[in-house]
Design a protein around this ligand. Structure first.
Ligand code: PEP
Ligand code: MG
Length: 542
């Protein structure tokens, strides 16, 4: 038995086999081949595999987002069969005696350029599609199939996982995550919590070389310990812990339907954070009073091109309808920093956390912002929506945002489209600048929501992605608590309400502090809702 120790970011125990995460190498090399017939056979097999994947995605999309949104995958399947496309690939293999990956990649570049230069907007949009199907075929060409083919749930081990990689993992096949690097406030850690998956990060440089596919292991998300080939004694202890854990969670279930009220009668909202439509089940199962943060950027991360207004509308509408009139706060796109999306073509930055992200992108590329706002407002007719804007640092940003929102509403009115005129507008308080000028910002909005993850990194000057500075991160630092308190006072003095949606909201050692500050809402990962309710119900402010 070998034990590695990292930091547990979601408390639960997992026992099972390891699967080492295989990152796909997306660079395509030109390789000389002598047997071109064999190469074309490989190509045919990869195309068949790609079509089978698309059929599966199409069926899933058809059920989840409807025929109109699923259609794109049907188009992709047809494109794989396109004669011109296939002739081009085969002719490159034959005439240049090169590998299929290279031939597909060159064809993709040529065809996508050709589509992009056409006058017709529909054909232009096919440019991204041809790249997408080609990447899929290339991935199938280089795939040994080991990762996806098993139905067994596994412990995923990786050096680190990007949010875009985490979000694409099939949650039903993941028992736990263990990474050599990473930090506890990274979006990957947050996603693990949102998905209720035990996770350990920062298991160390040597961790990956000690594990292999199929190895038996146990992960303790409470202590951050990872046991490779655990002995009988360790295994028994962990199995007992797992049972106790399940019992504790079962007891918390008894708090379902109970109020979030302190012993002296102070009430607070306890809402849930989600990253996608498929997290709603957990929100409802844990009896959250609403959704305090829907990180809409995950819709963009899951997609291979800008999600259209229709696709976004379908997702937002579904969330609002599923919550049946309970409040849903959807945050506009917070892309950038660690949340990278290839099709945004963002330049590489030396300091991405201090760079071109979130509202800065939206205000610079208003066409993306307007598409999202139109989808959001249209969805507002189907429930109780609040729209929230990330990474605010100034009054002028909020004024620009409000102007764009007013224009979008005017457009919808002119088009005779139904929407909620009273949908609330709020901002995240996640930069020290926003907290310090919260007296000026509060009169402009309906609510504040404190993003303690970013507020901590910017206040303490500790990159939330950098595990080397994690030892300097004091999440209870007085500076952070003072900024939250100041924002709460200024919100209330101006008739706005204030919530906390960063990870600190689930830290029950601060529940009383937050209640004393007058925080109106705590929004946490779905699995923490009942734990926070329990803490509130044991607090006495009298
Ligand atoms: C935060 O910064 O606290 C927050 C809630 O937003 P994110 O973690 O997505 O940056
Ligand atoms: Mg943030």
């Amino acid at each position: 038995m070998t034990i590695f120790k990292g930091k547990g970011v979601y408390g639960a125990v997992a026992i099972g086999k390891i699967s080492v995460f295989k990152r796909r190498d997306t660079t395509v090399k030109r390789i000389h081949v002598s047997d071109t017939a064999a190469e074309k056979k490989r190509l045919e097999a990869a195309k068949e595999a790609a079509t089978a994947q698309l059929q599966e995605i199409y069926d899933k999309a058809l059920k989840e987002v409807g025929e109109q949104n699923a259609q794109i995958f049907e188009i992709h399947m047809m494109m794989i069969e396109d004669d011109d496309y296939n002739e081009s690939i085969e002719s490159i293999i034959d005439t240049q005696s090169v590998n299929a990956e290279y031939a597909v990649s060159v064809t993709a570049d040529n065809f996508s350029e050709m589509f992009a230069s056409m006058d017709d907007a529909y054909m232009q949009a096919r440019s991204a599609d041809v790249k997408d199907i080609s990447n899929r075929i290339i991935a199938c060409l280089s795939d040994d199939g080991s990762q996806e083919n098993s139905d067994e749930k596994v412990i995923i081990c990786a050096d680190d996982l990007a949010p875009s990689e985490t979000v694409l993992l099939d949650k039903n096949k993941v028992l736990a995550f263990v990474t050599s690097h990473g930090s506890s406030n990274s979006h990957t850690a947050i996603l693990a919590r949102n998905m209720n998956i035990p996770a350990v990060i920062g298991a160390g440089d040597d961790f990956l070389s000690a594990v292999s596919d199929g190895m038996f292991a146990a992960v303790d998300g409470y202590t951050g310990e990872v046991f490779l080939s655990p002995d009988t004694e360790a295994l028994e202890k962990l199995e007992t812990k797992q049972k106790e854990d399940e019992e504790k969670k079962r007891l918390l279930q008894e708090l379902k339907g109970k109020e979030n009220v302190t012993l002296d009668g102070t009430r607070i909202n306890i809402f849930a954070n989600i990253g996608g439509v498929d997290h709603i089940g957990a929100v409802l199962a844990n009896d959250a009073g609403g959704i305090g943060l829907f990180r809409s950027e995950f819709l963009y991360l899951e997609s291979s091109d800008y999600p259209t207004e229709e696709q976004q509308f379908a997702a937002y509408k579904k969330v609002l309808e599923s919550m049946a009139g309970k409040k849903v706060i959807i945050r506009t796109l917070d892309i950038g920093a660690d949340k990278k999306v290839d099709y945004f073509d963002l330049a590489k930055e030396d300091n991405p956390a201090l760079g071109f992200r979130a509202i800065r992108i939206c205000l610079t590329r208003p066409e993306i912002f307007r598409t999202q706002l139109r989808a959001l407002y249209r969805a507002s007719a189907f429930g109780k929506l609040g729209i929230m804007f990330p990474m605010i640092t100034s009054v002028s940003e909020v004024e620009q945002i409000k102007k764009i929102c007013a224009e979008v509403r005017e457009e919808l009115r002119a088009d005779g489209v139904d929407f909620d005129e009273n949908a609330e507008l709020g901002i995240m308080i996640e930069t020290p600048a926003a907290a310090v000028i919260s007296d000026k910002l509060a009169p402009l909005v309906d609510f504040f929501s404190v993003g303690t993850n970013d507020l901590t990194q910017y206040t303490l000057a500790c990159d939330r992605q950098n595990s080397a500075v994690e030892q300097f991160v004091d999440t209870h630092h007085e500076a952070i608590l003072r900024l939250i308190e100041m924002s709460a006072k200024n919100a209330h003095a101006n008739g706005a309400w204030i919530g906390i949606c960063g990870e600190l909201a689930a830290d029950t050692s601060l529940t009383e502090t937050f209640l004393r500050m007058g925080i109106d809402e705590l929004s946490v990962s779905p699995s923490f809702v009942l734990k926070v309710r329990d803490a509130v119900r044991h607090t006495d402010l009298s």
